[in-house]
Design a protein around this ligand. Sequence first.
Ligand code: ADP
Length: 226
Amino acid sequence: MIRFENVTKKFSSAITALDDISFEISQSEFVFLVGPSGAGKSTVLKILIRELLPTTGKVIVNHQDITKLNNQDIPKYREKIGVVFQDFKLLEDKTVFENVALTLEVQGRSESEIEKEVEHTLKLVEIYNRRNLFPRQLSGGEAQRTAIARAVVGKPDIVLADEPTGDLDPQTAWGVIQLLNEVNSWGTTVVMATHNQEIVNTLKRRVIQLKDGKITRDVKEGKYEH
Ligand code: ADP
């Protein structure tokens, strides 16, 4: 469960990225965050991974106000959240397998457990035959499937995706969306910021629309609107 309560984020007195927004997302919902560039979508996601703190307001994730977390509690909190970015953010000097394994290594899991879980996840996202390649040797779709494997291998409660299909051709983008849909079907909450109208209109999931840091629309089975 995610709940924003009257969240405001100011970067300066002139820049208000989020302006007193409130919403709640239940466990296992799939939500699209839409709105023009600068609307505040990335700021919502960055607050959720505790990269940014709101200026005022509460952010409750699984009954915990994450604005109150101490610095030493942040890594533990982040274990519950998988993140997927437009530009993949894979480590260039590590193979596909090693990139995905890293999530579990930082959690202190045993080597045999890591081997088993990473292998399982790479097969699931259909990238197992690429496991020994480096990111520069992958296509965009393969890189994004690797990034999704990295995000989900630790069985997070929540997956946050910021324009995950932004740089992909339409067919590859659909593969990525089907994968996120599957992740959601296991009970994982998925929050995805996107400009991709076709994907939003076809999936018919909840749509939260932002503009100038305010929620202008919040509808179930929504469509993309300007
Ligand atoms: P979106 O993801 O919808 O494009 P953002 O959340 O990235 O929007 O940005 C919301 C607003 O906050 C924009 O006006 C943007 O310029 C501003 N902003 C975002 N990050 C920073 C920052 N680190 N410093 C100053 N202003 C920022």
